[in-house]
Design a protein around this ligand. Structure first.
Ligand code: GTP
Ligand code: MG
Length: 240
């Protein structure tokens, strides 16, 4: 049996919320409005995953699938310095690919599995997991097919997490809630419907606070701690 590894987010508050950090063997989803910190958390995890285990890292490589073109290698440099790591070595251990269609995104995952069989990876990022689906299946009658393809993609991600003991971090968008009265205080909900809700083990709901502050809540998990946890987005990445 593979044993779970927890990877620090860079923020103690967030780590506490997660029971030590994001976990291997499952999918962690972050959703929230633009600039809420989803991509910055991805950048921080690119570095912290490479820390040794005793420093709350995963001692492994990172695969990054970028569907929005928002990965910034130059952002990795100050984050690596903050953790006392060599930035070039850290960058060398991030395998990066830009995806342009949902099919391309899926095929990249197939290729990655072959790589992961050979080298020790500990994190797979897909930022954003759903954006290309929303573009490629934008027609009104295409929702059922979209959800079916999305389910296929997510099941592939779960398989990778379990087979290679990798943490999967995916980002998601928020959409307006069409009604029903469940979201009166915040009329937004994560995209992807029940397919995504079912695949993600932990769902982090992020929102902007004052200045560089961001607020995180666990979404829709009755067994996990309630309450809001505050972190900051800084040039050194996510921190308290
Ligand atoms: P979308 O992808 O647009 O939905 O947003 P997101 O949730 O991915 O937001 P992202 O993680 O890109 O967060 C952007 C926030 O990080 C912005 O408020 C930026 O100002 C902040 N940010 C990015 N780089 C830096 C930096 O080097 N220093 C600091 N202090 N903040 C930064
Ligand atoms: Mg982003």
């Amino acid at each position: 049996r593979k044993s779970v590894v927890r990877i620090t987010t860079g923020s103690q508050a967030l780590d506490e919320l997660l029971g030590g950090g994001i976990e291997t063997l499952c999918i962690t989803e972050a959703f929230g409005e633009f600039r809420s910190g989803k991509t910055q958390l991805a950048h921080t995890l690119c570095v912290s995953t490479q820390l040794p285990i005793h420093m709350h890292g995963g001692n492994g490589k990172v695969a990054y699938i970028d569907t929005e073109g928002t990965f910034r290698p130059e952002r990795i440099v100050p984050i690596a310095e903050r953790f006392g790591m060599d930035a070039n070595a850290v960058l060398d251990n991030i395998i990066y690919a830009r995806a342009y269609t949902y099919e391309h995104q899926y095929n990249l995952l197939l290729g990655l599995a072959a790589k992961m069989a050979e080298e020790p990876f500990r994190l797979l990022i897909v930022d954003s997991v759903i954006a290309l689906f929303r573009v490629d299946f934008s027609g009104r009658g295409e929702l059922a097919e979209r959800q079916q393809k999305l389910a296929q993609m997510l099941s592939r991600l779960t398989k990778i997490a379990e087979e290679f003991n990798v943490a999967v971090y995916i980002t998601n968008q928020v959409i307006a809630d069409p009604g029903g009265g469940m979201f009166i205080t915040d009329p937004k909900k994560p995209a992807g419907g029940h397919v995504l809700a079912h695949a993600a083990t932990i769902r982090l709901m992020l929102r902007k606070g004052k200045g560089e502050q961001r607020v995180c809540k666990i979404f829709d998990a009755p067994n996990l701690p309630e309450g809001e946890h505050v972190f900051q987005v800084t040039s050194g990445g996510i921190m308290d």
